[in-house]
Design a protein around this ligand. Structure first.
Ligand code: FES
Length: 106
């Protein structure tokens, strides 16, 4: 069952930039590149930087601290795709960007 949750408004995210949102206490970075929105964990596994503050180019966000690079379409580390961070489906409903997050365990 899908569990899409409202993350932000379309206009909250500028093209080529990211925005940190909190869904159920989990920080997620929402990016816009062209007409597409992407959502990955807002936590760099190197030393914990916010990836939403990175810069986006060709479907990859570069961490603002030490330049590790992550693919927006699957959360893989671009230089070693066996390492991945969380990546979430997005959808647009009206003016909202929604992100599919796992169901919370009871
Ligand atoms: S914290 Fe992201 S590359 Fe170091």
């Amino acid at each position: 069952m899908s569990n899409f949750r409202t993350a932000c408004k379309i206009d909250d995210v500028k093209d080529g930039e990211g925005k940190t949102v909190s869904i159920d206490g989990k920080l997620i970075a929402v990016f816009k590149e062209g007409n597409e929105f992407h959502a990955i964990d807002d936590f760099c596994p190197h030393m914990g930087a916010s990836l939403a503050g990175g810069w986006v180019e060709n479907g990859i966000v570069t961490c603002p601290w030490h330049a590790w690079r992550f693919r927006l379409n699957d959360g893989a580390w671009a230089d070693n795709p066996r390492i991945k961070i969380g990546c979430y489906k997005t959808q647009i409903v009206g003016e909202e960007v929604q992100v599919e997050v796992p169901e919370k365990k009871q």
